[in-house]
Design a protein around this ligand. Structure first.
Ligand SMILES: NC(=O)c1ccc[n+]([C@@H]2O[C@H](COP(=O)([O-])OP(=O)(O)OC[C@H]3O[C@@H](n4cnc5c(N)ncnc54)[C@H](O)[C@@H]3O)[C@@H](O)[C@H]2O)c1
Length: 346
């Protein structure tokens, strides 16, 4: 039997615990270490962890008696047993751990946004390009079953010419959710436009390429200090198609989290909504494709499966980090558009 890939997770909040749950059930992985500055999390008490979308059950304490626990993520990176470092700390700390883990010759999964700025993300991408290990960013929406299916229909040309596309990601207020409330400190998190809406901006770039211009509108400081808490963006490709995305975390607590899209193409309309995932063909036939699987229902499962299989097979993962950097650059262009009330040429 082949040895399992030994995983160490830095940051055991919402994403760290979610990834942990995925690795626990994956036949290729074994979590051997975790690092967190919070001693309660190191003791296995994750009751304070919460997120805006379905994660795991945090009510029961985790048993860390068989894994190593570190207060310092750099110690985990130095741990010889760890093959794969999974970075789930707040975004403003990603760069230091990602660069250190790459330098230490580890495989790396770095949560999204890969870094706080596109310049920092580009530094990680350059370091990764010199490594013979697998380095991925947690752009889980590209792997989310409905999104991955839609991307394939569009990119392969099977859907036909794209006429309009709209993506939406709205979250209830998450004020108070993260460690030391870092999400609400826009210097640290980048606000909802970077932390949340990046998923859709990245997906737009991944599927349609970089637009020629972007025009965005936003509202600031509703929940966070002065970050963009809600954004609407239009991506112009100069081909007549109307491509937009909306995202925000300004809705009141208790508002259901929503991620949805509709892409209208000549041969089909592809739609994810509250009523499920549907492909509506030009002749009116409605198909409800079964995507994902009971074992791997979410993009987090699919992304980590892809990562582990890439490591095991030695194949490059289907994720160019330069493209991930471009996604952050696109969000930065949106921020510029909002701040200057102007269309920005990319
Ligand atoms: N892919 C997704 O769907 C998704 C969803 C939510 C969050 N995220 C991303 O995951 C990352 C973490 O977000 P989160 O929601 O888990 O935040 P969180 O605040 O819930 O968790 C952060 C954790 O990091 C720990 N920490 C802080 N400083 C540390 C340090 N120096 N060393 C070790 N641990 C440290 C905290 O104690 C906490 O447990 C962010 O980049 C966020 O944008 C991604």
């Amino acid at each position: 039997m082949q040895e399992k890939i030994k995983v160490g997770i830095i940051g055991f909040g919402f994403m760290g615990t979610t990834h942990y749950g995925v690795y626990l059930h994956h036949p290729l992985a074994q979590v051997v270490a975790m690092a967190d500055v919070d001693s309660r999390k190191r003791s296995g008490d994750i009751s304070a962890v919460c997120g805006n979308i379905r994660g795991g059950d945090n009510s029961k304490p985790l048993d860390f008696s068989k894994i190593k626990t570190y207060a310092d993520g750099m110690e985990l990176i130095r741990d010889q047993e760890v093959d794969l470092v999974d970075i789930c700390v707040p975004v403003y700390m990603h760069k230091q751990y990602a660069l250190a883990a790459i330098k230490a010759g580890k495989h790396v999964l770095c949560e999204k946004p890969m870094a706080r700025t596109s310049t920092d993300a580009a530094e990680i991408a350059v370091a990764a390009s010199k490594s013979d290990k697998v380095v991925m960013a947690g752009m889980c929406v590209r792997f989310w079953p409905e999104y991955a299916h839609a991307a394939e229909l569009i990119k392969s040309g099977r859907a036909g010419k794209v006429r309009s596309a709209t993506f939406k990601r709205v979250s209830p207020d998450i004020n108070g959710n993260g460690w030391e409330n870092w999400f609400m400190k826009s210097e640290l998190s980048g606000g909802a436009i970077l932390d949340l809406h990046l998923h859709d901006a990245d997906f737009v770039r991944y599927v349609f390429g970089m637009p020629k211009t972007v025009s965005a509108f936003g509202v600031k400081g509703v929940r966070s200090d002065n970050g963009i808490d809600h954004v609407m963006a239009r991506y112009d490709y100069g081909d007549g198609a109307l491509i937009t995305a909306e995202g925000g975390w300004d809705a009141g607590r208790g508002t259901p989290f929503e991620m949805s899209f509709q892409v209208v193409c000549d041969k089909m309309t592809i739609r994810l909504s509250e009523t499920g995932y549907k492909v509506i063909h030009a002749d009116g036939k409605v198909e409800c494709p079964q995507v994902g699987s009971p074992e791997q229902p979410t993009g987090w499962h699919q992304e980590i499966d892809h990562l582990l299989k890439s490591i095991r097979s030695g194949r490059k993962p289907d994720m160019e980090l330069d493209g991930v950097v471009e996604g952050i650059r696109l969000v930065e262009a949106e921020i510029k558009s909002i701040d200057n009330n102007k269309t920005v040429t990319i």
